[in-house]
Design a protein around this ligand. Structure first.
Ligand code: IMP
Ligand code: MG
Length: 184
């Protein structure tokens, strides 16, 4: 990772990225989402399911902004090779307990076309949770192909590729504290 101080440009492989959402702005929004979740789940113990890898940073900040007992678990999904656009997903890792009767919140880093979140929503709904909601830091509304609302949304963003705060380009850039967008 190269940083050009003057232009504030970050280079990952052959691509350059410029600042898009600051760490301060993300932190402010995450606190707001934490308050919303806290208010909505009074007297409940939500089961928060974090979708790896991209959501690990968002989750770690969000759960610390949630002021109540909650359970945190992890799941990793992957698109079948070569068929990403069809949205054929498979679970490659999970630590999930019984979901029946639980109040489940799925945490995603970004909803793009929505195949991932749609797959998970169907998968978990079939396990008969008491409730099932989705939190995502980012949504690309112009790319999103499904109707299902994102219950706790950080930011709507244009249909451009972004990195940082957990999001990667070829596995790089996840550790950036802010979000950067592709420089054109
Ligand atoms: P979807 O299934 O089309 O909604 O895509 C969601 C997944 O694609 C996310 O969980 C990310 O892993 C990845 N993704 C989509 N857009 C971006 C982006 O702009 N930057 C980094 N990863 C992205
Ligand atoms: Mg992801």
């Amino acid at each position: 990772m190269e940083i050009d101080q003057q232009l504030n440009t970050i280079k990952l492989g052959e691509l350059s990225f410029v600042p898009f959402i600051s760490a301060a702005k993300i932190a402010e929004r995450v606190q707001e989402l934490g308050k919303l979740i806290t208010a909505d789940y009074q007297d409940k113990t939500p089961l928060i399911i974090t979708i790896l890898n991209g959501s690990f940073i968002f989750c770690s900040d969000l759960v610390r902004a949630v002021d109540m007992d909650c359970e945190v678990q992890f799941m990793k999904v992957s698109s079948y090779e070569g068929t990403t656009s069809t949205g054929k997903m498979t679970a490659v890792f999970d630590t999930l307990p019984e979901l029946a009767g639980r109040d489940v919140i799925i945490i995603e880093d970004i909803v793009d076309q929505g195949h991932t979140i749609n797959y998970l929503h169907q998968l978990y709904l079939a396990k008969k949770p008491n409730s099932l909601r989705i939190a995502s830091l980012l949504l690309k509304p112009d790319a999103y192909r499904y109707e299902h609302p994102i219950d706790y949304l950080g930011f709507k963003i244009p249909n451009d590729f972004v990195v940082g705060y957990g999001l990667d380009y070829n596995q790089m850039g996840r550790n950036l504290p802010a979000i950067y967008t592709l420089k054109i």
